[in-house]
Design a protein around this ligand. Structure first.
Ligand SMILES: [Zn+2]
Length: 187
């Protein structure tokens, strides 16, 4: 043990419960694991070991557009929960293993069943951000050529399936939005 003074009782559920107080029960092991995970992520970023998340996110989009549900992707990537998808989508950089995991997923014939309708979840998320960029859902509807009510409906019911064609139109507008942001950042 390090020189730190042990606490009696140990501070369970904390990193020092593990390192200083020497608890090896799940309470403190879990805190230690969480800390190490964060540490590895920070170290990865510092060492430039992380890779660009953009191609990984683009691949997730292709999988969804091909009719895979988030549940299908989680299973195919060997993840435990849908949170992993959300984490990747918010990231600028990901670990190389994560990138490999996602890029290795290809839609199987069974996934094609839903070709016409896809999960509305990510389209709803994009619409929310596009709304702040474009001012209103009506304006977005005009830009992508769908009925005025469509974008608002998708955002109001993200759990519903939507037409794949609509998802792709939103995806195009979203890609354009990201290109504009990149240009602004480069300017
Ligand atoms: Zn403990």
């Amino acid at each position: 043990m390090p020189n730190g003074r042990r606490h009696d009782p140990p501070r369970h559920g904390t990193l020092s419960g593990y390192t200083v107080d020497g608890c090896r029960d799940e309470c403190c092991k879990a805190a230690h694991r969480t800390y190490m995970k964060r540490y590895r992520t920070r170290r990865g970023l510092r060492d430039g070991l992380m890779v660009d998340a953009a191609p990984v996110i683009a691949h997730l989009d292709r999988l969804l557009a091909a009719g895979m549900t988030p549940h299908d992707i989680v299973a195919a990537a060997g993840w435990r929960s849908r949170n992993s998808i959300d984490t990747v989508r918010k990231a600028r950089k990901v670990r190389p293993e994560t990138a490999q995991r996602v890029l290795a997923v290809i839609p199987r014939p069974g996934h094609q069943r839903a070709m016409t309708y896809v999960s509305g979840y990510y389209t709803a998320q994009r619409l929310l951000e596009l709304r702040s960029a474009h001012g209103s859902y009506a304006q977005i509807a005009r830009l992508i050529g769908v009925s005025k009510e469509t974008p608002r409906d998708i955002v109001a019911h993200p759990d519903r399936k939507i037409r794949r064609a609509t998802a792709l139109k939103v995806l195009d507008l979203w890609a354009q939005h990201l290109r504009e942001l990149d240009q602004e950042e480069a300017a």
